[in-house]
Design a protein around this ligand. Sequence first.
Ligand SMILES: Cc1ncc(COP(=O)(O)O)c(C=O)c1O
Length: 373
Amino acid sequence: MNTTLAIEVPFLDLKTQYCAVEAEVNRAIADVLESAQFVGGPFVERFEQEFASYIGAKYAIGVSSGTSALELALKAAGIEPGDEVLVPANSFFATAEAVSNVGAKPVFSDVNPSTFHLDIASAERMLTSQTRAIIPVHLYGRAMDLRQVAEFAAAHRLQIIEDAAQAHGSVRDGIKVGASGRLTCFSFYPGKNLGAYGDAGAVTTDDAEQARKLRLLRDHGSPAKYRHSVIGTNARLDSIQAAVLSIKLPYLDDWNQLRRKHAANLSSALTGSPVTPPEVPAGSEHVFHLFVVRSRQRDALRSYLSAKGIATGIHYPVPLHLTEAYQQLGYPGKGALPVTEQLAEEIVSLPMFAELADEQIEYTIDAIRNFAG
Ligand SMILES: Cc1ncc(COP(=O)(O)O)c(C=O)c1O
């Protein structure tokens, strides 16, 4: 029987957000079209300045995606074929893929069972004489405490490249993610807290030399037309995306605040329910790119919610060391990184976006509390 559901809760709703900024975005896109400056030029420079100032970094270098941000940052940090780079096994594939794409080897670490961030004790066990860098990921929008990572990196002379693809506007101990002075990589994929209308990304840094290298690398290693001082690539941020991002950036803090409000409502109502809400450690701000809960009956819960019109996701269902593409690296199979492996079976991401209506949140809470398993 085909029953019509009273309320539907999509996982993400980009259309409603577009409607809120439609006139401004359409005007900005028209400005780019009229200027005929489609690659580089004033729209890109303006967004780079605005984003650097929002983050509190000296430089922001716009690039074509979060993946290219990571690849170029690794290159700017001097990572080369034969080097090993430590990455958490619970992240989006691109964190590791970028390492492979510069010819280095991703080495997977387990994660902390309460924050789901890279576990430094596990990373330490993976160290070899080839280890050159570590990529902590501010996963789901929760800013990671990098003090231990910094001590560990200093002791072993490792570069730190931060993956902030999910953490625009997140803060740790009063410092915004991206303002550490280190190479920090952002994605503006449409579904991100600050999303473009296509692929886009940026790297922030306080280091003038790294900023110079990144600008060269994203544009064919070219300091001037038809001069190529190094081998780069084409990974430029295009002007239409930059113009859209300039319109959306002033809204980011309000949108993040709404996400935090929804998350607080969900967390308090779901305490003592069949799911475990996410922890927010002291000193850490969470911008809830994703609202990830745990459940021992995850798959049954997802089917039950789906039947009620509530969409969910899993971030991520396959730990990176068990992904088909990385079997060639000869990682030991299941059992190697137990926390990540257990999370992959228990985590479920609930709908989370700024425009969620109160009735959609209440409907989701009621459905979960009524889930008998
Ligand atoms: C943690 C993480 N790293 C890297 C990326 C790659 O970003 P992009 O899709 O813009 O290439 C993403 C995007 O989904 C991500 O979530």
